[in-house]
Design a protein around this ligand. Sequence first.
Ligand code: ADP
Ligand code: MG
Length: 287
Amino acid sequence: MSFIELENLSHIYHKGQENEFPALRHVNLSIEEGEFVAILGANGSGKSTLAKHLNALLLPTEGHCRVAGMDTRETDAVWEIRQQVGMVFQNPDNQIIAAIVEDDIAFGPENLGVPPEEIRRRVSEALKTVHMRKYRTFAPHLLSGGQKQRIAIAGALAMETKCLVLDEPTAMLDPQGRSEVLGTVKRLHEEKGITVVYITHFMEEAIAADRIVVMEKGNVVMEGVPKEIFGTPEKLKQWNLDVPLAADISEKLRRKGWKIPKGIYESEKLIEVLVKMAAGRKSVVGE
Ligand code: ADP
Ligand code: MG
């Protein structure tokens, strides 16, 4: 059994009304415990709708969503599901409620009735994990966007969540905040084995994933390791997705006659190839 199983999952907004809209159409998808899955797709392709099914914020119109074997439709299971699957949304200002960082992180476990001593332990551990210990008594509004998202992640960790679902968590952040958040997520995945579902429209971020799922118009249109997804730039364009910068530059250099191998999508890899090529020539510039 996979940790998350979507079986023939459809979601229709305003079903039966004039404005009914099918946002997910018969989606089948499994995510294993400990996996890092990135979800890509153009605006309106159904990514956020899918994310909200993963902790029962939305329920299927048709089909099933199972988390750790529990069907999200079973009302008795909803609390347990929400404890196991923590959500981080796009806007850092909409998810922090308390006036002090450590109170905000304590909010989830307090609601679960966790004893105070244990709450203190979890808050301290979570702050340490996201490298935010020295900000524990700060007012959240004094933090940067990237720091606020790390506090939101710490809030989920304090619930001892097994899986983090992040819905475009870096969309409103500057490059520094983006790399802080992605770095934190990678570390949690590698060091703590947390299952990660990472929705993004930054191709460079999806490269960090074990597997990429591409959505279009409510369907899963492709799944594969980053190499498979980014190795077919024509398809990315067809799905209205950007091509990673390194893949784009490689293609443009090839058109100018440079012998850059196909299938390069990571900046480090492209730099390595260019450095090797430069070493073999007296002068690269101006040729
Ligand atoms: P994404 O996150 O990929 O941009 P969403 O899941 O937010 O996509 O939306 C998928 C489609 O469902 C969009 O066309 C959107 O307009 C529609 N939609 C989303 N939320 C609602 C809602 N509450 N009511 C009606 N339609 C919605
Ligand atoms: Mg969305």
